[in-house]
Design a protein around this ligand. Structure first.
Ligand code: SAM
Length: 214
């Protein structure tokens, strides 16, 4: 399997043609070997245009959605980033190439451990992972310049808005369990400004400040 060729097609056809423009984001999606982050038996589909199951009932997001969320965060390279929902670690690896440091929280212990081992094997040195309820944030490491939540919430978790720096941004899927809107929150002098990007569907954020049970 020529994974480099598949990766180039993914970037050209799924990202550039749909409007992803940030050159550094495109570079990161070309560089990170997505097939390393999916179960071996489905690695032929690693660069396909849809989410994939990664075990424990969880998914790795569609490449375009991961790229769009990354572009929404407008990285300069100096940011400290909090990620909620480590999952396979693919998005974590992308963030690590575009920022200074990534702190990533996954609620499922075995998934967090497996991903931590993979990212270590791949020699990422600016990533810290912990198993916890990410809706509580990571107070000891706060404040953060950027926060990415890769699971769906009914409201922006309060601890995360408190752990965001002034001038910082959060991107998350906001809405109901069945469908959400990708939303960017910008914090300006303690005010939160919301901007809606596009409809999306993610697995629920499960935790104290996560998706409301209906
Ligand atoms: N970004 C991931 C990737 O590239 O593979 C995909 C993440 S998957 C769509 C969502 C993840 O959020 C799942 O692994 C799930 O276990 C995790 N999750 C859900 N609620 C969480 C919470 N409160 N804290 C931390 N992780 C949570």
């Amino acid at each position: 399997m020529d994974y480099a060729a598949l990766r180039k097609s993914m970037v050209d056809e799924q990202l550039i043609q749909r409007g992803i423009k940030d050159k550094k984001v495109l570079w990161a999606f070309y560089k990170v070997e997505r097939h390393r982050f999916v179960p071996k038996d489905i690695s032929d589909n690693a660069y396909a245009d849809f989410p994939l199951a990664i075990g424990a009932g969880q998914t790795i997001s569609q490449p375009y959605m991961a790229a769009l969320m990354t572009e929404c965060l407008a990285f300069s390279g100096s940011e400290r980033v909090l990620e909620i929902g480590t999952g396979s670690g693919y998005q974590t690896a992308i963030l690590a190439l575009l920022s200074k440091e990534v702190f990533s929280i996954e609620r499922i212990g075995p998934l967090a451990k497996k991903t931590e081992a993979l990212l270590k094997e791949l020699a990422y040195v600016n990533i810290k992972i912990k198993t916890d309820d990410g809706t509580l944030g990571w107070p000891e490491e706060s404040p953060f310049d950027r926060i990415i939540i890769t699971a769906a919430a009914s409201e922006v978790p309060l601890p995360l808005t408190e752990q965001l720096k002034d001038g910082g941004k959060i991107v998350l899927p906001l809405g109901e369990a069945s469908s959400q809107v990708l939303t960017v929150i910008s914090k300006k002098e303690d005010r939160l400004e919301l901007s809606q990007v596009c409809p999306c569907v993610f697995v629920p954020l499960i935790g104290k400040f996560g998706m409301r049970q209906s």
